[in-house]
Design a protein around this ligand. Structure first.
Ligand code: B16
Ligand code: MG
Length: 215
């Protein structure tokens, strides 16, 4: 029986991928590295430091910086990103999501956020939807980021649910793998899961309920 849903943030609740891309592309340019939207797809759901490593590798510069220098580069990207997300408001919630959160609440389904982003709590606040969430995974406390299952395992723990009692919603391949690793059913938004929808508009309470029963 469905008792909980664990949502990814970026690409499911709101679209922050464009801002991540803008901030990474600016940093990469300073380092003489070019990244495009296609490369950015590989960074979805991937932690900040791992994203930096992937960019440096892409530019064959992975051995050019000390650990401290890499940390400073990641901080620089994040400062730029924080500047970009400052103006996010309720209107940036992806279509259909707030209605879905309301319906889940009305049906006593628990809700968690399973995001790799350390900025997630601030973003939920700016979107004015933080009160819907029973639990928000703290990315600072997670050892292995997606595709490892850690984030979703922690989400289940936070909701006090078993894997078969909850479904995960993701828009990135790494995220689907992470949901499966946690033993849960995965709904893919624009990406292949156990049940697929092409956009958040299609992600209704009914779809979630049927996904939990069908698998
Ligand atoms: P931060 P998600 C992920 O969010 C993003 O998809 C990914 O691009 C980003 O690097 C990661 O969060 C970490 O974000 O730098 O804000 O801690 O898709 O897991 O919600
Ligand atoms: Mg995502």
């Amino acid at each position: 029986m469905l008792k909980g849903v664990i949502f990814d943030l970026d690409g499911v609740i709101t679209d922050t991928a464009g801002y991540h891309f803008q901030a990474w592309a600016a940093l990469a340019k300073e380092l003489g590295i070019e990244i495009d939207e296609e490369f950015n797809e590989k960074l979805k759901g991937v932690s900040r430091m791992e994203s930096l490593e992937a960019i440096l590798k892409h530019g064959n510069r992975e051995n050019d910086f000390t650990k401290e220098e890499k940390e400073a580069l990641a901080t620089k990207k994040n400062d730029h990103y924080k500047e970009l997300i400052k103006n996010i408001t309720k209107k940036d919630i992806l279509p259909g999501i707030e209605k879905l959160l309301q319906e889940l609440k009305e049906n006593n389904i628990k809700i968690a956020l399973g995001s790799a982003s350390k900025n997630a709590p601030v973003i939920l606040k700016q979107l004015e939807i933080e009160e819907y969430f029973d639990y928000v995974v703290d990315a600072n406390q997670i050892k292995n980021s997606k595709p490892a299952p850690d984030i979703f395992i922690d989400g289940l723990k936070g909701l006090e649910l078993k894997p078969e009692e909850a479904v995960g919603v993701e828009d990135a391949e790494a995220g689907i793998e992470a949901i499966h690793g946690a033993g849960m059913i995965a709904i893919g938004v624009g990406v292949k899961g156990d049940v697929n929808v092409s956009s958040t508009e299609e992600l209704t309470y009914d779809v979630i309920l049927r996904a939990s029963q069908a698998c």
